[in-house]
Design a protein around this ligand. Structure first.
Ligand code: HEC
Length: 162
């Protein structure tokens, strides 16, 4: 009887150890399927995107942000959510799989947001594919703090200015 209890305890401890070590290995973005490289490939696949207000030639000043002049494009999932005269309606959120890219005019860098499940991944990837700001970094202070000024537009700021 006593041996039975110790064997049970022994296995319980082993299972707890396995559960603990699995949860310990989770990073900031668990199950990240969209790494920097995959997002860079998406950025270069320009034909899969629609430009803001369907105007591929529009260059915006970027006077209110840190990136300077830019072009703005959305993948089809994100673009479909822009139902308020080309903007995201106030109080709405972008669906999972949405991607928004700023094409920086000064150096060809891509600044992007990608909606993974219900939260945004943030990145800055240079024209040659080298990573300036990785999706694996905590973007709270670097991107989200300033983007919070968007009000009710799911952290997307451009609608406030353009
Ligand atoms: C100091 C404020 C500020 C910071 C910090 C900032 N942004 Fe922005 N961002 C803006 C503003 C303002 C816009 C609207 C366009 C413009 O005027 O540049 C914008 C627009 C964008 C857009 C287009 C979608 C939208 O929200 O309109 C993307 C993508 C983007 N930023 C990515 C990033 C990433 C990635 C970071 C962090 C590495 C970042 N931003 C940091 C202010 C900021």
């Amino acid at each position: 009887m006593k041996t039975g209890i110790s064997i049970t305890c022994f296995f319980a401890v082993i299972i707890l150890c396995i559960v603990y070590s699995c949860s310990k290995n989770k990073g900031i973005n668990p199950d990240l399927a969209f790494n920097d490289k995959a997002l860079y490939d998406s950025c270069k696949n320009v034909s899969a995107f629609m430009y803001y207000k369907n105007d591929p030639s529009a260059v915006y000043s970027g006077a209110h942000g840190p990136h300077g002049a830019f072009k703005l494009r959305f993948n089809k999932i994100a673009y479909a959510a822009l139902t308020d005269n080309g903007k995201l309606p106030g109080g709405k959120t972008f669906p999972a799989g949405s991607m928004i890219i700023k094409d920086l005019q000064s150096n060809g860098q891509y600044a992007l947001m990608y909606k993974k499940s219900s939260s945004w991944l943030w990145a800055e990837i240079n024209a040659d594919g080298s990573v300036a700001f990785s999706t694996t970094k905590d973007a709270t202070a670097t991107c989200v703090s300033c983007h919070s000024q968007s009000g009710q537009r799911d952290l997307a700021v451009s609608f406030n200015f353009y």
